[in-house]
Ligand binder design. Sequence first.
Ligand code: CA
Length: 253
Amino acid sequence: MAQKILIIEDEDGIIHLINLYLKDAGYTVIVAKDGADGLALHAREHPDLVILDVMLPAIDGFEVCRRIRAWSKTPILMLTARIAEDDRITGLDIGADDYLSKPFNPRELVSRVRAILRRTNNQVVEAVQKTAGNQSVQEGQAEAKSTTLLRFPGLTIDLPARRVEVNGREVALTPTEFDLLALLAQSPDRVFTREVLMNKVWGYDYLGDGHTIDVHMSALRKKIEGDSDLRYIKTVWRVGYRFEVKARSTSAS
Ligand code: CA
């Protein structure tokens, strides 16, 4: 079945262009021309991905992104009209998975959409295959499950279900935040450079700068370390990040 993409955009020219390219790439496309309509369609149609313009009448794209994120993990690709870095950072900070600045090449848009959908779908498939490969089916669900469940003090990551719990409470991560955490946590103590993270998580030679990773990491940290006495993600100065479970230091750091 074709994957469904919701476009929330008010400019007819851009809708037409995106529509053309996405349909050509085999996706089903639905369109909303303002934020309120977009939210309603999202709730009703459960799209696989949302392409969301920042500049929208009535409810702007940031607010639409916040409201979708309040209850859903649907991947969101934001379109920013302004070159202002502020817009990109705001978008990522409130849970968008990627952004493109207008004017953009429609082929680039399609490859971003593919990459986002591939990593959201693939991780589930990979985890299931890993489970199937490591354990014979007869051994039962409970044991098979343990290979895809990463447990750390105060933190549990369920890879196939893409669920994260901090101190027993589920934390809602965006697909990008989940991918970053899963990648780091599967190789504790390995240092990942920003380039490696971008290529692994985005699945191709990502054109954005390393700052994108920093914004996602900061949002991820807020969610998993916010109420906890433990720290999980360590910044390696001038290199990148690694996973490490450590007590929160009492002095300001
Ligand atoms: Ca617009």
